[in-house]
Ligand binder design. Sequence first.
Ligand SMILES: [Fe+2]
Ligand SMILES: [Fe+2]
Length: 299
Amino acid sequence: MAETNQQRGSQSAEQTNIEEAWEADLLERYPEPGTPPEGSAQAESADFRDYTEGTRDGVQEFYYQNHTRQTLEFVRDMHQKYLPLRHRQMSVWEAMDFLDELVDDSDPDTEEPQIFHAVQTAEAIRADGHPDWFVLTGLIHDLGKVLCLFGEPQWAVVGDTFPVGCGYSDKVVLAEYFEENPDKNNPEYQTENGIYEPGCGLENVLMSWGHDEYLYHVVGSYLPIEAQYMVRYHSFYAAHRENAYQHLMNDTDRQMFAWVRAFNPYDLYTKHDVAPDLDKLMPYYRDLVGQFFPETLQW
Ligand SMILES: [Fe+2]
Ligand SMILES: [Fe+2]
């Protein structure tokens, strides 16, 4: 049955709040180097730390849902549902507009359009003199969040990602919540390597389903391998920040994770920058997108 606008609006508001809470939590776990320690007067005044106790509860509930529901079977079902890509055809800009619509629906006074985060990330990468494909990756890296367009719950769109079908690392945030994941009761999935061969490479490992993996399938074939890794693993904090899951990686993964690590600060630490001048910047970004992508992409 078709959703009403109202239904989609409240779903969107919830989606955006959880996303914001997750992102605020990431900043708490991985503060920008040089920021004052939590609890200091400066930290208390920083906008991105100014969230309520209620939000923290919300983000814990979110991790609980994510860690208990992302089973191997669920991930396989999502691959079946979305791959090969057949849901719709959209340009990069149509996808961006859709994400902006989600924010508009929720709370226009406090939310910033998704395109701000996209352009802020890309502009910071450009300012540091990185190549075009890296700038482009900054612009598009979160477009996989259009999964909510297809009605997926937030625990299947955002949040830290992790391998399924093998033992959970205690480096995954709030790993204790995995105790209630049904896969915990399957001994085959709970050895260190689980259903995988040691060193098999992450391309052979099923990750929890979310916007990273989905977008990788949408845009991967148009991008260099470094960018593919940035898109696919940018929420895999246990690996790129905590060095977990090395036993599943191959040499290519280890080399390419240097690029995932290079990307991460642009994703995390550019949100509090000034709003980008979109009128001035859009010609550049339209041209950049046109250099790499066809008019429409398959989603
Ligand atoms: Fe993301
Ligand atoms: Fe992002």
